[in-house]
Design a protein around this ligand. Structure first.
Ligand code: ADP
Length: 432
């Protein structure tokens, strides 16, 4: 059992989505821990919000349901008062699930007959109006998401989308009510409930709407949504006198040691970040997937390069390449095989650098972060201050803490790598 009561227990359907939610809760004043998968031990650190990060977004439906229920069972042991199912702000799912089936299973287990569903995240351009999800000015099904390789979103009407995934009646909590405040939302909910609605897609086009929804759901045992819907939850706990104002939820334990940057993301933002690092004369070693495939000692070379320099300054090891180069490699080696090859190589580099004294890592790429975190044996993170929107510094829990900034592809400004490392130095100076 955690030494202090955990207020909010969250289940996230992917890793970087979990960190995004964690970042939101810390900014709202909650001490937050993120676990990688469902732990098999109790939580032994104080936290007011705990997020279990699953990889269930595109898993087979039954597996996603089983893992989500296992996460819920573990969170219940922490005494959480309220639960949150976090999915993507573009509602990534298929007609088979997994949002509907997971929400159904959580509602049954928590014995509740009503839950809200709201992926809106206005700060990132995601809004829901009359049940339709917009990405910026575009309907979801015209935003590019219709071409997603795993979860193509070809219908922007979320009431219809969700209804195809669940036998529970799906309804709409209209903007007309949300706009008029928490009392109007409560009245609209009663009408929906009387009409047999179990899950209500909620309209929201601004942060204010999300605060209204949060306040209206203060007593709900389960909320479902993107990270935006969580905006109002810390305030609910504070108003109930459960969240002391004086705490510094973002404060991280001291982590000294050397610093390194590992990049396996080929997203546009990461390409610019790698270029920026190199153009400012910082040391960088490029991993070539074709050399890896040929069995050359690329990892040894990368580590030798890094170890010669790392005591003087941080080193970048990267596989980041332009789209033409990536597709040429993928054609030769296969998409999945080349991805895994690079992930395994960066994971080995991370382990060896850790053994050489690196304790602060900036890692670019969602899948890459997952591979590196696994290789380093990290199973839970305390969440600290935000570096850029959606990316906080974190420190792993356990005997030999590591500082980790895990950046998914398109996040972060061009100077993200050096900015993150400088920021961590400053944070450590403040806490020493
Ligand atoms: P992002 O968050 O930008 O999507 P990910 O780490 O999730 O980044 O995914 C990038 C994928 O591309 C990883 O599987 C990585 O191993 C792979 N990769 C990285 N560099 C190369 C490369 N030069 N050629 C082929 N695949 C690469």
């Amino acid at each position: 059992m955690s030494p202090s009561p955990v207020l909010l227990g969250c289940i996230a359907d992917d890793f970087t989505g979990a960190t995004d939610l964690a970042n939101m809760l810390v900014r709202g004043g909650m001490r937050t821990v993120q676990t990688i998968g469902v732990p098999d031990t109790p939580l032994d650190t104080p936290a007011q919000a705990v997020i279990v990060a699953l990889k269930s977004r595109t898993a087979p439906r039954d597996q996603a349901v089983a893992e989500s229920l296992a996460a819920l069972a573990w969170l219940k042991t922490l005494g959480c008062r309220q639960f949150y199912f976090k999915y993507c702000s573009t509602f990534d799912s298929t007609d088979q699930g997994n949002i509907g089936p997971v929400a159904d299973a959580l509602m049954t287990e928590l014995q509740t007959s009503f839950a809200i569903a709201c992926p809106a995240f206005p700060e990132n351009g995601r809004s829901v109006y009359r049940g339709n999800l917009f990405v910026g000015d575009l309907l979801l099904n015209e935003s590019g998401m219709q071409n997603h390789p795993l979860t193509p979103m070809t219908d922007a009407n979320l009431v219809r989308v969700l209804q195809r995934q669940t036998p529970t009646k799906v309804g709409l909590l209209r903007y007309d009510a949300v706009q008029r405040g928490a009392n109007a939302v409560a009245a609209a909910r009663s009408t929906l409930l009387a009409n047999g609605v179990g899950i209500a897609i909620a309209d929201a086009i601004s942060d204010e709407d999300l605060y209204t929804l949060g306040a209206a759901c203060a007593d709900d045992v389960l909320l479902t949504g993107g990270s935006g819907l969580a905006l109002g939850l810390p305030g609910n706990f504070a108003r109930a006198g459960l969240l002391p104002h004086s705490e510094h939820p973002e404060q991280l334990p001291v982590v000294n040691g050397l610093s390194a940057v590992l990049s396996g993301s080929c997203s546009r933002a990461t390409q610019a970040q790698v270029e920026h690092w190199r153009s400012t004369g910082r040391p960088a070693f490029r991993i070539d997937p074709l050399e890896l495939a040929a069995g050359n000692a690329v990892v040894d070379e990368a580590c030798a390069f890094a170890e010669q320099r790392i005591r003087t300054e941080p080193v970048l090891v990267y596989a980041t390449s332009a789209p033409e180069e990536v597709s040429a490699v993928q054609k030769k080696l296969g998409t999945a095989a080349s991805g895994e090859l690079v992930e395994r190589a960066l994971a080995s580099v991370a382990r060896r650098l850790r053994d050489s004294g690196v304790q602060r890592f900036v890692i670019a790429g969602g899948e890459t972060s997952g591979a590196v975190v696994n290789a380093l044996g990290v199973d839970a993170l305390r969440i600290g201050s935000q570096i850029d929107p959606g990316v906080p510094w974190t420190v792993s829990l356990g005997a030999a803490p590591l500082a980790l900034a895990l950046k998914s592809g398109n996040f972060g400004t061009t100077d993200f790598f050096s900015k993150a490392l400088t920021m961590f130095d400053e944070l450590m100076e403040l806490s020493q």
